[in-house]
Write a protein that binds this ligand. Structure first.
Ligand SMILES: [Zn+2]
Length: 214
């Protein structure tokens, strides 16, 4: 399924998300809308702090076809706070959710494109410098070339939704996670400890946005 069609199907559903909703209902609607695609939705719960209008956390995973066993698939997981029986979404919250689902799909589609090009996934690992500071697991994850590439593509969705103003890229050190989660994360983890990764990431963001890197 092409991204444009995914975007339209998602948008048609998102207008119904405002208010008190049961997560299984949202998941059912999503799975029905994406029946003839490789995308599947599932639900989860989490125990952690969250911000208003950002209570639903989205994660995704791309799995290439395993010959004779598993067809190629993308699993998108929607997680809600453990204590909440229902998802309560404001207009803003529903818009955030719509954007995040699309952003995650774009990210996973990028992994699919990488896999097709390379014939495998996550081949190159990131080797942090010996004196690097921060959460090592996170650094290893964000530092992988395939992740840098996939995260840089997320920003196209953030700017299409008007969350991120691409003209503010020159001020990338000031962009908040509400504008772009990927820019925020790469800056947080690499700007000081490994500027090469931060620059490589930004360069890809520039390239995807059509703005020339100056
Ligand atoms: Zn990824």
């Amino acid at each position: 399924m092409k991204i444009g069609l995914i975007e339209r199907r998602l948008h048609a559903l998102a207008s119904n998300w405002v208010g008190d909703k049961h997560l299984p209902t949202i998941i059912r609607q999503l799975n029905a809308a994406f029946e003839h695609s490789i995308i599947y939705f599932s639900s989860n719960r989490y125990e952690a702090e969250y911000y208003a209008d950002h209570s639903v956390i989205i994660s995704g995973q791309y799995c290439p076809r395993v010959r004779g066993y598993v067809p190629e698939n993308i699993i998108i997981s929607l997680s809600v706070p453990k204590e909440q029986k229902k998802v309560i979404l404001s207009k803003k919250g529903a818009r955030n959710l719509e954007m995040k689902i699309l952003r995650t799909i774009v990210h996973e589609y990028r992994h699919r494109a990488q896999q097709r090009k390379q014939g495998t996934i996550d081949i190159k690992q990131y080797k942090p410098a010996k004196n690097i500071v921060g959460n090592l697991k996170r650094l290893m994850y964000y530092g992988m070339p395939d992740e840098i590439d996939a995260h840089a593509h997320e920003t196209t969705v953030e700017s299409a939704f008007g969350f991120l103003n691409i003209n503010r890229l020159r001020m990338a050190h000031k962009i908040s996670w509400r504008e772009s989660e990927a820019i925020f994360m790469y800056r947080k983890y690499f700007r000081k400890s490994d500027p090469k990764v931060w620059k490589k990431f930004l360069k890809k963001v520039y390239k995807n946005s059509g703005v020339t890197n100056g």
